[in-house]
Unconditional design. Structure first.
Lengths: 115, 114
């Protein structure tokens, strides 16, 4: 079974530029999460999708961040315009309720550097 | 507010010894789940173990066990027979609510000494 795929793995942009990250979850996983992990901190949930609907986006800075999950499969997270404080690793995860546990499977992450 | 607290920013353990990583949580939901994830220096997050709030027994997965004390709202991870490959960041996380919202703690950095 293929894992969660993310691209790109690394991205360097200047502040005020825009950037987009892509995530393809494990096949059949209904729930998809985007996290921001700043160096030395735990992951912070940005947005959670259940199929193609948003369940939680309370911590998403909506003035600059947007995300979509068309057709309930892969997802794109966009930042426009980027700020220095957006430098972080962006993790995508997916889960499926086989046993009631909903453990999350994570992709390798995208390391964003804003200069 | 739903919250996860990991009070140990860093821990050292001798190889082959056991180590306990602390995690306390706060939630008003009667139904919730607790996870531990490992994040090596390479960056990927790896699921280790899960404990449901209604589970009667403490969870175990190989060398990992979860010391679940519901009244104290604690869910400590015990790693037995530590190995050098166990050196990593360890995160405690909690899911609750109908849509399984997940909150992570700040992590504990474990270093295994040969």
């Amino acid at each position: 079974e293929a894992g969660v795929a993310q691209s790109p793995r690394y991205k360097i942009i200047e502040k005020r530029q825009s950037v987009a990250f892509w995530c393809n979850p494990i096949s059949g996983h209904a729930t998809l999460y985007w996290y921001q992990q700043i160096l030395g901190q735990g992951p912070k949930l940005l947005i959670q999708f259940q199929n193609n609907g948003v369940v939680d986006d309370s911590q998403l800075p909506k003035d600059r961040f947007s995300a979509e999950r068309l057709k309930g499969v892969d997802s794109t997270l966009k930042i426009q315009p980027a700020k220095l404080e957006d430098s972080a690793v962006y993790l995508c995860a997916s889960s499926f309720d086989r046993t009631g546990r909903h453990e999350q499977y994570f992709g390798p992450g995208t390391r964003l550097t804003v200069t | 507010a739903q919250k996860i607290t990991q009070t140990q920013p860093g821990m050292f353990v001798q190889e082959k010894e056991a180590v306990t990583l602390d995690c306390t949580y706060d939630t008003s939901d009667p139904s919730y789940g607790l996870f531990w994830y490992k994040q090596p220096s390479s960056g990927e997050m790896i699921f280790l173990i899960y404990q449901g709030s209604y589970d009667q027994q403490n969870a175990t997965e190989g060398r990992y066990s979860l010391n679940f004390q519901k009244a104290r709202k604690s869910a400590n991870l015990v790693i037995s027979a530590s190995q050098l490959g166990d050196s990593a960041m360890y995160f405690c996380a909690m899911k609750r609510g109908g849509y399984q919202k997940v909150t992570f703690g700040t992590g504990t950095k474990l270093q295994v000494i040969p």
